[in-house]
Design a binder for this molecule. Structure first.
Ligand code: AMP
Ligand code: ZN
Length: 469
């Protein structure tokens, strides 16, 4: 399988560090609001990646964090604390807010048919791991204290910015907004806050540097190392994480362990964009999965829409595009329920679609090509439908169950149509009898009987039952 590795910016053949197993970490949500549909693009990608690896027989450990502390609205230690701000606005505790939105997030994953990660870890439940890792970073001499906070000193880490291809000279020259006066370099970042502008920080822990709370980046280093080891295979997240969050994760982890590279392969998804531009949680006015459901779409329509784009290209969301995805999925389902699987009809033909499908997914997760192979198979009368269900182990469109569900609901509609027709004929017969047109009344009774429907005249009207045959 080849994957595009952001580290080095090239396609690489993926080889697990330990044959047969894969350690995978995908940055999870900050639970101060609902996930927007752009965030969900990232998690559908992680799901497709994990499913592809598993289909190859690899044993994947998928770890996802839940950020419930320490994430500021600017990734670079600037702005408000996202969790605290929402908690204050709602008059709730930070942990109540976190619990509520974490549950909403898991519901979104389920609705999108995303396989739940093997480990879901909350930042607030891993503070001792973070403190232990910060201590290792400190012992190796990569930190300094200033203004009550403990900072990572990027000048001590010459590889800083390798992932994002940042050049320190440029960084210094381009020093940005709201510079923290305590930072030696604008790109230095906080490992542990004690004194800061957030006097109102709700959650505080004791530490060797005083009572305070962790910076945002350290949680991903600490938790991924805890569950996957000091080096692991794949780390993923949105493209926005390349220059700061993931750059800082690498600096912390490699400084602490002395290992390089910490992560073999970095996978980043491009953004989902609206006509108006980037979608963001903090800017407000964003679309959630629920808002798509309320507009009459299935979460699987949205999943289908996401699969039509390659993860490394920007994807433009519009209701028009979602409508096309909905129609495409509808006609896909129609064809599946119309077709009866004819196993063994042409195993070679089926195999060739499946092989082409696997080649597409192995080629840096080319889901649009994968979908094309699915369509090819579905349209080919001699290919076996089982092949489509095999492909669906990766696509996650729930084809088998959705087809079953559609068939059942069709049957129900059919039988309610039949019932209406019987009632209509009974009414017609009653009217005929009242008009003393007994020949017609009898003809109706006979024709129903021929179809296995028996009538019984009772004082309060005519009832019907099916003849037991
Ligand atoms: P957050 O909850 O803000 O930490 O973001 C969760 C994930 O969604 C991260 O991997 C982000 O990089 C990713 N992300 C944020 N906005 C978008 C977007 N518009 N399109 C795709 N991914 C996004
Ligand atoms: Zn992260």
């Amino acid at each position: 399988m080849t994957l595009f590795n952001t580290l080095g910016r090239r396609m690489q053949s993926f080889e697990p560090l330990v044959p047969g197993t894969v350690g995978f970490y995908g940055c999870g949500p900050t639970v101060y609001n609902y996930a927007h549909i752009g965030n969900l693009r990232a998690y559908v990608l992680h799901d497709v990646l994990v499913r592809t690896l598993r289909r190859k027989g690899l044993k994947v450990t998928h770890v996802m964090n839940i950020t419930d502390v320490g994430h500021l609205s600017g990734d670079n230690d600037n702005g408000d604390d996202k969790m605290v701000k929402t908690a204050e606005e709602r008059g709730k505790s930070v942990l109540e807010i976190a619990e509520f939105y974490a549950q909403a997030f898991f519901q979104d994953l389920e609705r999108l048919n995303i396989v739940k990660p093997d480990v879901v870890c909350k930042a607030t439940e891993h503070i001792p791991d973070m403190i232990a890792l910060i201590k290792r970073i400190e012992e190796k001499g990569y930190t300094y204290s200033a203004g009550g906070n403990l900072y990572f000193d990027i000048a001590k880490f010459p590889r800083y910015g390798e992932l994002a291809r940042l050049r320190l000279e440029d960084l210094k020259a381009g020093a940005r907004t709201e510079v923290d006066e305590h930072k030696r370099n604008p790109q230095d970042f906080v490992l542990w806050f004690t004194k800061s502008k957030f006097e109102n920080q709700a959650l505080l822990w004791d530490s060797p540097w005083g009572v305070g709370y962790p910076g945002w980046h350290i949680e991903c280093s600490a938790m991924s190392i805890k569950y996957l080891g000091e080096t692991f295979d794949i780390h993923a997240g949105g493209i926005d994480h390349v220059p700061i969050h993931h750059t800082n994760e690498i600096a912390q982890s490699e400084a602490a362990t002395g290992r390089h590279p910490w992560v073999q392969c970095w996978v980043h998804n491009e953004f989902l964009v609206l006509d108006k531009g980037k979608m963001s949680k903090s800017a407000g006015g964003f679309l959630t999965l629920q808002s798509l459901i309320d507009a009459g779409y299935s979460p699987l329509d949205y999943r289908y829409f996401l699969l039509t784009g390659h993860y490394r290209s920007q994807l433009q969301f519009s209701y028009q595009a979602l409508e096309s995805a909905k129609n495409a999925r509808k006609s896909l389902m129609e064809r599946i329920i119309e077709r009866r699987s004819v196993p063994g009809d042409s195993p070679d033909k089926t195999r060739s679609y499946l092989d082409a499908f696997d080649r597409a997914l192995d080629d840096d997760l080319a889901t649009p090509r994968g979908l094309a192979e699915l369509w090819g198979l579905i349209r080919d009368p001699v290919a076996d439908l089982e092949g489509a269900f095999e492909m669906d182990r990766i696509l996650g469109l729930n084809l088998r169950n959705e087809a079953e569900r559609l068939r059942t609901s069709r049957k129900e509609t059919e039988s309610s149509e039949i019932r209406d027709e019987i009632e209509r004929l009974i009414a017609k017969r009653t009217a005929a009898k009242q008009a003393k047109n007994f020949a017609e009344a009898d003809a109706i009774r006979q024709s129903l009987k021929a179809q296995g429907i028996l009538l019984e005249d009772r004082p309060d009207g005519t009832v019907w039952r099916r003849d037991k045959v």
